[in-house]
Design a protein around this ligand. Structure first.
Ligand SMILES: [Fe+2]
Length: 391
């Protein structure tokens, strides 16, 4: 027996303008009679939760509404919600929102079937997950995290000041990703920008990481092309349905590129930094770090970075591999500038935190897959560059 490489997508991807209208039908097809809708207050105020619940009510499908998800969901939120899931005898999950809501829904599912606390299910070898989560429909309302198809949930541990990963197995995959690009039409431009760049970061990091393989490489490249072609348009023209549709697909493809593997240094940094300051949104934080990380990394995988440059629309004919690889970095910096991504300083970080941030990033498991060897000293360099760019 040898260790085989594998790539699995357990989630059926269903998409269309107005797809939310099919929510009850999809829930019934999965055998749900009393799903728990997992969402947040922002979506209640935006009327999107009503859109979803009206579909269920019209169908006569009972449900339980949990609308208390917050950004960077902590352990206590998941554990409390899992208690409600069991007490209310729910038999399925609808994760409605951005990554936080979908990851919370997945995590509720993990605790619901395994018992204990989500604290007990941090990814490890062997994986503590042994049972599939209850049937789940993921309905993304942003275009970025790709959590509707990822096999991961990111949970914040306030005691350890970190975010950690649960999953890495098809057992945590939603049964259906119901993608309705119309739900993203009302996103503010800065959210469009941050989340869209997060999708790009997933694609770039998965494409260049040590675990890369052909199938996820293919979807990662398409995600990059969509982001390159449509993110600026979605940012400039929020109502543009084609741009929104393509960004929804980019986010899904970027999430799919993960498979059961991890990202790289940008996510090692943004997830650990997001644990230190859990009020900082993941999208812009990852976006700001992506350029400096690529600048550090490109010499490890020059041909792949050269291919990224092409995907980002750069003319690479007649250039050496090295010149083209550098253009990939330039392409990302241009996006960050055009989309007015806030700097680390603007996000509330201070240069004096570099030693702590670098130490935490070096301890993150996503460091292992990074295309260039990186340790704490390497992270200090990358963080310094990221802060310098914000001056
Ligand atoms: Fe991300």
């Amino acid at each position: 027996m040898i260790d085989l490489r594998s790539f699995e997508v357990p989630t059926v991807v269903k998409h269309g303008l107005g797809a939310i209208a099919n929510l009850a039908d999809e829930a019934r097809k999965l055998g749900m009679t009393r799903p728990m809708i997992v969402t947040d207050q922002g979506l209640v105020r935006a009327g999107i939760v009503d859109e979803a619940t009206n579909v269920l009510k019209a169908d006569g499908l009972d449900y339980v509404l949990l609308d208390s998800v917050i950004a960077n969901p902590p352990i206590s939120l998941v554990d409390g919600a899992a208690d409600i899931y069991r007490e209310e005898r729910c038999d399925g999950l609808i994760g409605l929102g951005g990554g936080s809501s979908m990851d919370t829904a997945k995590s509720i599912g993990v605790v619901a079937v395994h018992g204990g606390s989500i604290r007990d299910y941090e990814w490890d070898d062997p994986n503590p997950l042994v049972k599939p989560i209850p049937p789940m429909i993921a309905v993304p309302t942003t275009a970025g995290t790709g959590s509707e198809v990822t096999l991961w949930a990111v949970i914040t541990d306030p005691d350890r000041h970190i975010k950690y990963n649960v999953g890495g197995t098809a057992l945590i995959g939603p049964k259906v990703a119901l993608i309705d690009p119309l739900l993203t039409l009302g996103l503010p431009a800065h959210v469009t920008a941050g989340t869209g760049m997060d999708a790009l970061a997933h694609a770039v990091e998965c494409y260049t990481c040590a675990y890369a393989q052909p199938w996820p490489d293919a979807v990662a490249l398409m995600a990059m092309e969509y982001v390159s072609d449509y993110l600026r348009i979605a940012y400039a023209q929020g109502h543009n349905q084609e741009a929104r549709y393509k960004m929804s697909m980019a986010a899904m493809l970027g999430g799919m590129a993960y498979g059961t593997e991890s990202a790289g240094a940008a996510h090692a940094m943004s997830q650990t930094a997001g644990g230190v300051r859990d009020n900082v949104p993941h999208g812009p934080l990852t976006a700001w770090l992506l350029g400096p990380v690529m600048e550090y990394n490109y010499m490890g995988e020059p041909e792949k970075f050269a291919r990224i440059a092409k995907a980002l629309g750069k003319e690479t004919r007649g250039l050496s591999v090295w010149q083209a690889a550098e253009l990939a970095v330039e392409g990302v910096y241009e996006l960050i500038r055009d989309l007015e991504i806030p700097s680390l300083q603007q996000l509330g970080f201070d240069e004096s935190e570099i030693p702590l941030l670098a130490k935490l990033a070096a301890a993150d498991p996503q460091t292992i897959g990074n295309p260039r060897d990186i340790d704490e000293a390497g992270y200090v360099k990358v963080y310094q560059r990221a802060f310098d760019l914000g001056k």
